[in-house]
Ligand binder design. Structure first.
Ligand code: ADP
Length: 248
């Protein structure tokens, strides 16, 4: 049986006056590639913050790798790449390998030494995202898509078991988005990386994901991508708004 990495049971959350999430139940198993869909304001970032332990639910339960979230002490198993990562200007004084290596400091702790094989780990993470040849380049001189790959390598170097990506293709030009999703599919298929991808870009990602969840305060659909494909466009639009396009 596959391991359950994330499980939410009847989770609700509200900010001071705004109810954002209502009775969310969701399961992510090892090897899943889940697309989390929803229009702006539907609660996607809030849901990620709950999973990352940055917020606590008002009610319901969150289990991470089979443990209560409050007892879970392997945060390094969950990597996170935010949409704003790739915003370095051309003068930023760090090389690609330095940026990736900084992903090891979280694992090593602030004052501990980096592992002896840090350089090997950095090279391997860069190879995983197809950026090995850029190791010595300045991060600010890369395109948005290349920078985003470097940030994925920075998350991968800590060897997470699950990677969460919050709209990672924002700022990446259209031609490179396909290659970017191919790279994610490769990580999922060949490196056994479980992925949660928050996206509006359903058309492009559709052939790569295994599961889809539609969020709009509650979860309107969660299941296999193939089952999602059989649902009418009208029905989907009523769930998650018109800003999310159809999966072909
Ligand atoms: P999404 O990521 O889908 O755009 P969010 O989780 O960011 O949605 O926001 C969901 C709702 O919660 C929105 O109505 C937003 O205005 C509100 N919200 C988000 N963060 C805060 C906050 N820190 N304080 C109060 N309301 C917030």
């Amino acid at each position: 049986m596959k391991k359950t990495l994330i499980e939410l049971k009847n989770v609700s959350f509200q900010y001071e006056y705004t109810q954002v999430l209502k009775n969310i139940s969701l399961k992510v198993e090892e090897g899943d590639f889940l697309a989390l869909l929803g229009q702006n304001g539907s609660g996607k970032s809030t849901l990620l913050k709950l999973i990352l332990g940055l917020l606590k639910p008002m009610s319901g339960e969150i289990h991470l790798f089979g443990e209560q979230a409050s007892q879970f002490n392997h945060r390094e198993w969950i990597g996170y790449v935010s949409q704003k990562s790739n915003a370095f200007n051309s003068g930023f004084p760090a090389t690609v390998e330095e940026v990736v290596k900084s992903g090891l400091t979280k694992k090593a702790g602030l004052f501990k030494r980096l592992p002896k094989d840090a350089d090997v780990l950095v090279r391997r993470a860069l190879a995983d995202v197809g950026m090995e040849q850029y190791a010595k380049r300045n991060i600010g001189q890369l395109s948005g898509g290349q920078q985003q790959r470097v940030f994925i390598a920075r998350a991968l170097v800590a060897q997470p078991k699950l990677l969460i990506l919050d709209e990672p293709t924002v700022g990446i030009d259209h031609e490179n988005v396909q290659a970017f999703y191919d790279m994610l599919a490769h990580l999922n298929a060949h490196h056994n990386m479980t992925l949660i991808l928050v996206t509006h870009d359903v058309d492009t990602v559709s052939d790569r994901v295994s599961h889809v969840a539609c969020l709009n305060q509650t979860i309107h659909f969660h299941g296999f991508k193939n089952d999602f494909d059989t649902i009418s466009e009208e029905q989907r639009a009523s769930w998650y708004g018109h800003s999310v396009r159809k999966i072909h």
